[in-house]
Unconditional design. Structure first.
Length: 316
């Protein structure tokens, strides 16, 4: 089990968030307990790491949508200040009721800190039986635009338009992130997931940027594949995939499909990486706190030299 956790934890890591952020002293991490069962699982995780004597000081902040100057939605200033200072956050699930009158809290966090890359590893866990026995892949999702840009309006009664926003800058940035991630994590292949055959301009722009970036990474094999074809091949044989990079909506759907291959969202950690040095890690809306443990274990794997950190955590 420990080797599986180590493999999953390493898969969350990126060059930006390795040992350079940590040294052998107490580190402050912003804790966002979240909604529903979020506070309960966050409390459990805190107790586990206290028992394991992992040197973390938690700075708890609640995140709700408030209106700032000019009526713009924002998170509470104290939460933003904490994240800007600590650069590292751990959050539980955040819920946004339908017709709540404010944007998704997760979307608000992503926009506030420019959390442009969602990294979700899906690795088979020994002893957790599923029909698939050797899954080892990573989905990298562009986190700031696409269909989730939040640009919607009523054209006439009964007709609503939602705009899919794709930019050259964001597409290039996520493509470069995916290739850098692959190179730094000994991954051999990056697959761009798209529907440029239908959305020729928007997905076409995304794919063009992936192709251009691929030219600078000759050591990494580059594939491109339609979203529906990826889904078909994924359920037939997930071992053919390594790192997959895609626009926002596709990533939301495909990452959940991949989580299902290894047992569900409860065993799938997720990291949101920002351009300004901020990273927020999370467990999804399931009560298993395995993803949260993976997060901390990886952060301290190199800097604290806790050789038996995984065993310590599970002994307690």
């Amino acid at each position: 089990m420990f080797s599986q956790i180590s493999r999953t934890a390493r898969a969350i890591s990126t060059p930006e968030f390795g040992a350079k952020h940590f040294s052998n002293h107490v580190q402050t991490v912003t804790l966002i307990p979240g909604d529903g069962i979020g506070p309960e699982i966050s409390t459990a995780v805190i107790k586990i790491f206290e028992s394991a004597k992992v040197p973390i000081q938690w700075e708890e902040r609640n995140v709700t949508a408030i209106k700032g100057p000019g009526g713009k939605w924002m998170i509470p200033p104290e939460a933003k200040e904490s994240m800007d200072k600590n650069k590292m956050g751990l959050k539980g699930p955040l819920k946004t009721p339908i017709a709540a009158g404010h944007p998704s809290m997760n979307l608000l966090l992503r926009k506030t800190f420019d959390l442009y890359a969602n990294v979700r590893p899906c690795v088979t866990i020994e002893g957790y039986r599923t029909p698939y026995t050797d899954v080892d892949l990573v989905t990298i999702r562009e986190n700031t635009e696409g269909e989730y840009s939040g640009i919607e309006h009523v054209i006439v009664d009964g007709v609503v338009q939602s705009i899919k926003l794709i930019t050259e800058e964001a597409s290039h940035r996520i493509a470069e992130f995916a290739f850098e991630y692959a190179r730094n994590n000994q991954r051999s292949t990056v697959t761009a997931v798209h529907k440029a055959n239908i959305m020729r301009m928007s997905d076409g722009l995304f794919l063009k940027q992936c192709r251009e970036v691929a030219e600078n990474y000759k050591d990494i094999k580059f594939n491109e594949m339609y979203l529906d074809t990826v889904c078909l091949n994924m359920v037939q044989d997930p071992t053919q995939f390594d790192v997959l990079v895609m626009p926002n909506l596709y990533g939301d759907i495909l990452s959940d499909l991949c989580a299902g291959l290894i047992g569900g969202l409860g065993v799938t950690p997720s990291g949101n990486i920002g351009a300004n040095g901020v990273a927020i890690f999370e467990s999804v809306n399931i009560c298993i706190f395995f993803p949260l443990i993976c997060f901390i274990a990886q952060l301290f794997r190199e800097s604290l030299e806790h050789v038996n950190v995984f065993k310590i955590l599970f002994d307690v």
